[in-house]
Design a binder for this molecule. Structure first.
Ligand code: FES
Length: 58
């Protein structure tokens, strides 16, 4: 898994940044958006954000 991969193209947010936000306790798309701005523009990355949440939280 590549932590440098851009998951949210709108805001240029990487997988690593999203994982950090989840580990810091932001467990919903809305909370991750507040923390990183990922997912706050077009919404097309929401499925990938959900997948990463599941991966990290288990
Ligand atoms: S790609 Fe994430 S909001 Fe558009």
């Amino acid at each position: 898994m590549d932590n440098e991969e851009i998951i949210c193209n709108c805001m240029q947010i990487t997988r690593g940044e999203i994982i950090e936000a989840i580990k810091a306790g932001n467990l919903t798309i809305e909370e991750i958006g507040d923390e990183t701005e990922a997912g706050t523009v077009c919404g097309s990355c929401h499925d990938e954000l959900e997948d990463i949440i599941k991966e990290v939280v288990g």
